[in-house]
Design a protein around this ligand. Sequence first.
Ligand code: ADP
Ligand code: MG
Length: 223
Amino acid sequence: MSLIQIKALNKSYFLNKNRMDILKGIDLTVEKGEFLAIAGPSGSGKTTLLNIIGAIDNPTSGQVFIDGREISALTSDELADMRAQKISFIFQNFNLLPVLTAVENVEFPLLLKTMPANERRQKALAALDSVGLSRFSRHKPMDLSGGQQQRVAIARAMVREPLFILADEPTANLDHKTGEEVIALMKQSSREKKITYIFSTHDQKVMDQADRVVRIWDGVITA
Ligand code: ADP
Ligand code: MG
């Protein structure tokens, strides 16, 4: 069974009775452990697609199966559980909580689980270690570089062992070299921990590191 299966997905918005078709007949299958890039220019529908895969936006029509279950058939509790426990996001602007230290940011998603505080801290420290940031565990985001902040966000995404991690242009706010390092780190964690990543990009160097590149153009998958 595939981890994610999308069938005949359409997404439209209505503005003053005008229908705008944003995603048009998307079919996509993602296997467990893939390091997959969704590549396309600005406005092609990447964010919309990732948000639907992440169950934070609804398709207009079509089906999305995650781990064999169609998400539109889930109850609101099941959907909330899926979002909170099974799907992690990495954002282009890192989205760390500024008042929390690096390790506190990483352990934040674990607060939703019943877990003793010391176990939570151990897991967060281990995740920070795996992105090479042990020494920075007590730093606040403003005292970290962009690349370091994105590595904290990767640790935060990994720590609860989700079904998959979605990363919407994770290198867009980083310089080229740092962006490549961040993607290399994601790829390494995908290999070593069998984590599935789906990330969007319009940067050829970033695409080059993917196992597979799905190209989207004007809401249609072209290759
Ligand atoms: P990308 O991430 O590839 O830049 P998006 O998925 O953000 O593309 O957007 C695809 C298209 O959908 C764009 O033309 C954008 O203007 C439009 N769009 C996105 N969100 C909305 C919305 N809430 N209402 C209307 N149009 C939207
Ligand atoms: Mg986008």
